[in-house]
Design a protein around this ligand. Sequence first.
Ligand code: PHE
Length: 484
Amino acid sequence: NKELFNEKLFSTLDNGEIENSRDWSNSVDPSCNYNDVVGLLKSWESLNTIKLDYIDSIVNCLTDAGKEVLKNGSPEARLYQSLTAEGMSPADANKQFGASAFGSAKNKGWIEIVKGKILRKAESIVDTVKQDLEGDLSKLDAKILTDYKKARFVEEKKMSFYKVSKGEQYNKRSKELSDLTTDMLKDESWSKESFKVNINAMGLVPESGYRHPLSKVKNEFKQIFLDMGFEEMPTFNFVENGFWNFDALFQPQQHPARESHDTFFIKDPMTSHDFTDEHLERVKKVHSVGGYGSLGWIYDWKIEEAEKNILRTHTTAVSARMLYKLAQNGFKPKKYFSIDRVFRNETLDATHLAEFHQVEGVIADVDISLSHLIGVISEFFKRLGIDNIRFKPAFNPYTEPSMEIFGYHPMLKRWVELGNSGIFRPEMLLPMGLPENVRVAAWGLSLERPTMIKYGLDNIRNIFGNNINVNFIKNNPICMFESK
Ligand code: PHE
């Protein structure tokens, strides 16, 4: 419809002016909304394509009473029509037709009063008021019009309009469209049009939640594990007991990591016991007197230490539970991973927090060796974009051999420690009931370290804890490792 009005507007102005915008819009489309037409005219006026002169005009219109006359006749005519041979009392006439009906009918010689009753006097009547109101009000005699106004059949209304003529820019008007419609998108006609608005402008950034950098990096790790055929371990329990966190891993009860300055102990409930008697007996034996070809640690193993509840210090506690389950359900080769939170009673500084996230990979298969572990870890880091890695012999209570993993950091121009790895000891696997020829290789690293490197941060408190800047979360791009 806008197109129609534009077309008519310019074809009319090409040949002259539009005297009255109201009449003109009515002639283009009687069902149009005049306010919309004014909006259209105003938008052309703002570009100086057309010139608008505002004209205030007073127009006479019928009131509701006037419209009633059009329908049913004037009050005096209705009074006349209603009279029967018996007549009507003036009081009734007043009540039914209003105070002026009787007087007007009498002045016009239509009725008379006989013995206090109104009777017809004229044979027939012509209702000139109705005729006048039906016609063009502007053509009425001024005095008669004033009478109709007094009778409240006619009232004055302000009806402004515009006179429309060519503006300074009329001949330079652009053919640019102001609206991009769904139809144009559907039939692709938009591509041939030019627009007043910049349809290539970027939209507003929608208000929404943002992924935390740790969560973005976590998703990348997860994808790499899944691509390599690893299954995720259930790591939803933050509370562990000493048994699964340490004892089942052949970590002796006097180990410094088990002291309260390294581990958080739970007060309530202080203990738990969710391991079988057989497993307990075998773990106790291998710690205190040895077995499976091992001398053990040789000390007095106490169940009380194993039952103490703690916040898990590593996700290897969950790996131990999964391997035990695997042994119980009949061994099958498996590749497991987890990425979740662990807790340590650390002195807080720029690179240490009391809680952080561990990424852990576990491969369990028959007769696998250290070279398998090196191969899988190399592939894993290659997929993170780190293909220059080195291994350094290390010690872990539950792995033998153990290797720290280092990667060359091209920005820092030095080797940085990436994680820890090893082959789980027989003293851990055999008490679980795993077959003798099954080897389990594993590695672990923190989620925070690669995230800090990736986002160029030197303080861990900028990505985790109550000190992080919300805008940092919002403004940072998705992290992508340059996977090979
Ligand atoms: N649990 C070790 C840590 O906390 C990481 C690790 C996992 C080491 C598996 C060897 C094997 O650092």
